[in-house]
Unconditional design. Structure first.
Length: 271
């Protein structure tokens, strides 16, 4: 492919639009690392892979993995790939949108789940998903009021973790919390003014007294909006609210950092 103005190139670039993603039921994956994960990890179907000749030679595992999975690989000039996405870095893929559902997740008896409520920033959402993957979480849920997980910035921020664990999108928070609690998963809200201190909970994990959350138990963490956190009605849904201790002079932690701390605390306690 040599024409940056070709219809196929325009169609790929148009996936930056949410309405186009919904209509085509596909989204764009940018960069060699994320494309590699898309073609090698089980998950959404990859429709097409586009690479420059240099990228094809440098990242042979992408081409081999795609061809082994029956995915079409098309070679384009750097100008073509740049026209598809300014963040292509020599490779992009068109992938079927993620359609995870809560029921199958709960049927596998998850021990650690991250729930994003009213999280609007795509970079934060993608970074939380990446942290959840790294901490060994079993699933991530984005409520109806949260950002589209297929937003290009969100996909980039996951660094391929989008393809490593189930991602559920679209349910309302009360529905999610009720289903988790019915499945025996305690629901903890991460909140700066939380009743319980995360360090204190780690100290008693596995032997928590009555009325104190046990981090060693199956747990879902609920993380709120970047600016205002969780609303009072959202906090009321959780079994308990937990704060991350601030030892220095920082006023607060950003969403993704706080989420990583909480998820790793649970991961440590459960192991």
């Amino acid at each position: 492919m040599t024409n940056p103005r070709a219809d196929r190139v325009k169609a790929v670039r148009a996936l930056a639009s949410r309405s186009v993603r919904r209509r085509s039921d596909t989204f764009l994956v940018e960069g060699p690392q994320a494309v590699r994960e898309a073609v090698t990890a089980p998950g959404p179907r990859v429709h097409d892979v586009y690479v420059t000749p240099d990228a094809a030679a440098r990242y042979g595992e992408i081409v081999d993995g795609a061809l082994a999975a029956g995915v079409r690989v098309r070679t384009g000039t750097p100008e073509v790939l740049d026209a598809m996405s300014p963040d292509a870095q020599g490779g992009v893929a068109v992938v079927e949108r993620v359609h995870g559902e809560l029921g199958p997740v709960l049927a596998r008896r998850p021990r650690l789940v991250a729930v994003l409520a009213h999280v609007r920033d795509p970079g934060n959402a993608g970074t939380v998903l990446r942290a959840a993957d790294a901490a060994g979480a079993d699933a991530v849920v984005l409520t109806a009021s949260s950002v589209d997980v297929h937003n290009p910035k969100c996909v980039r921020a996951t660094a391929g973790s989008l393809f490593h664990l189930p991602v559920v999108t679209g349910p309302e928070l009360p529905e999610v919390v009720a289903a988790l609690q019915a499945a025996g998963v305690q629901v903890l809200a991460a909140a700066g003014g939380g009743t319980h201190d995360l360090d204190d909970l780690l100290d008693v994990a596995g032997a928590a007294p009555a009325g104190v959350p046990d981090l060693a138990a199956p747990t879902a963490w609920v993380f709120g909006n970047e600016a205002w956190g969780l609303r009072d009605e959202d906090l009321a849904l959780a079994d308990a609210a937990v704060r991350v201790p601030l030892r220095g002079r920082a006023e607060s932690l950003n969403l993704a950092t706080a989420a990583a701390v909480c998820l790793y605390a649970s991961g440590r306690a459960q192991r």
